[in-house]
Design a protein around this ligand. Structure first.
Ligand code: URA
Length: 261
C-alpha cells in the first residue's frame, strides 16, 4: 500500500506528529478564528501553521484542548480530519458560521447540528450516498448542555453542507449565473426541515463515523436566506464559548466512563 506523505513524523499538511494533537479538537474554517478560540484557554500556544491549517493547543478548565483551522469546504477539511486522527485526536467539534433557511432563526442564534446533508464532494470518496453524515450523540448532548448552561439561543437539527457558497447555496454566481439544478434548492431543503447551509460538517461527520471517532458542530447564523439578512461575525463568540464548554462537559462524561468513540 502507498505510504501517507509525511515530513519526518509530521503529517504533510497540518504538520503534526503522533501525540501532538489533543484528544478534543475544535475545527473552525478560518485560521483567524483559532486564536479567538484559544483566548479562552490557559497555556495557549500555536504549534503548527501551514497553508490554511493553523493549530493551537492549550487547556480549558483543566482539559487539554486544541483547535485547527480546516479552510473552507470539504477537500481541505477531509485532509485536516485525516491528519488530526493520525496526530492523536478522536473528538471533533466544528465551530463555524451558517446561513439559516428559516425565518425564526435570528442572526446571531446558534445552530447545533445533529446531521448534515452530504452535498460536499470529499465524503463521496469515503462512503455511498446512502451513508448518513450523523453527528455523535454524546457530542450533540454536550453542545446542547453547553448552550443551555450559557443561556445562548439555539436551534437543533439537520444542516446542509455544500462545497459551493454561491450557486451551491442558490446564490447567484458571477453575472447572475444560476444553473437549473440550483433553482428551488432552498425551498426543497426547507420542506425537508433542513435548518441551514454550511460547508464542512458533512465531511467531518462522515469521516468521524467511519473512523470510530466522534464529531458535532455548532454554528452562528450570520445569514438568513428567508429574510435576506447578512451580518458577518454575529454570534461567532457565542459559538466559540459553547464549543469550548462542550469539551469540558465531554471530558467529564469521558472521565466517568461515558460513551467513547
Ligand atoms: N456559511 C455558509 O456556508 N453559508 C452562509 O450563508 C453563511 C455561512
Amino acid at each position: 500500500m502507498a505510504q501517507r506523505p509525511k515530513v519526518g513524523a509530521k503529517a504533510y499538511h497540518v504538520m503534526l506528529a503522533p501525540g501532538e494533537a489533543p484528544r478534543y479538537m475544535l475545527l473552525p474554517g478560518d485560521p483567524g478564528r483559532v486564536p479567538l478560540i484559544a483566548k479562552h484557554w490557559t497555556e495557549a500556544r500555536e504549534i503548527a501553521k501551514n497553508r490554511e491549517f493553523v493549530t493551537w493547543v492549550g487547556v480549558y478548565k483543566g482539559v487539554k484542548i486544541g483547535a485547527t483551522s480546516t479552510g473552507i469546504g470539504s477537500g481541505s477539511t477531509a485532509i485536516a480530519v485525516e491528519e488530526l486522527l493520525y496526530a492523536g485526536a478522536d473528538t471533533f467539534i466544528r465551530v463555524g458560521t451558517t446561513g439559516a433557511l428559516r425565518r425564526e432563526i435570528k442572526l446571531g442564534d446558534l445552530i447545533i447540528g445533529t446531521a448534515a446533508v452530504r452535498f460536499d464532494g470529499a465524503s463521496r470518496w469515503y462512503a455511498p450516498p446512502e451513508y448518513p453524515a450523523a453527528a455523535h450523540w454524546l457530542v450533540v448532548k454536550a453542545l446542547i448542555e453547553a448552550a443551555e448552561s450559557l443561556g445562548v439561543r439555539h436551534h437543533i437539527g439537520v444542516v446542509a453542507s455544500t462545497d459551493s457558497f454561491y450557486v451551491g447555496q442558490e446564490r447567484p454566481g458571477y453575472g447572475g449565473f444560476m444553473p437549473p439544478w440550483s433553482k428551488g434548492l432552498i425551498d426543497t431543503l426547507r420542506s425537508l426541515r433542513v435548518l441551514s447551509f454550511e460547508m464542512e460538517s458533512a465531511t467531518i461527520f462522515t469521516l468521524a463515523s467511519i473512523y470510530g471517532a466522534r464529531a458535532g458542530g455548532v454554528y452562528a447564523a450570520i445569514a438568513n436566506r428567508e429574510t435576506d439578512e447578512f451580518a458577518p461575525e454575529v454570534g461567532v463568540e457565542d459559538a466559540v464559548r459553547v464549543a469550548n464548554e462542550a469539551v469540558r462537559i465531554l471530558a467529564e462524561y469521558d472521565r466517568k466512563g461515558g460513551a467513547g468513540p
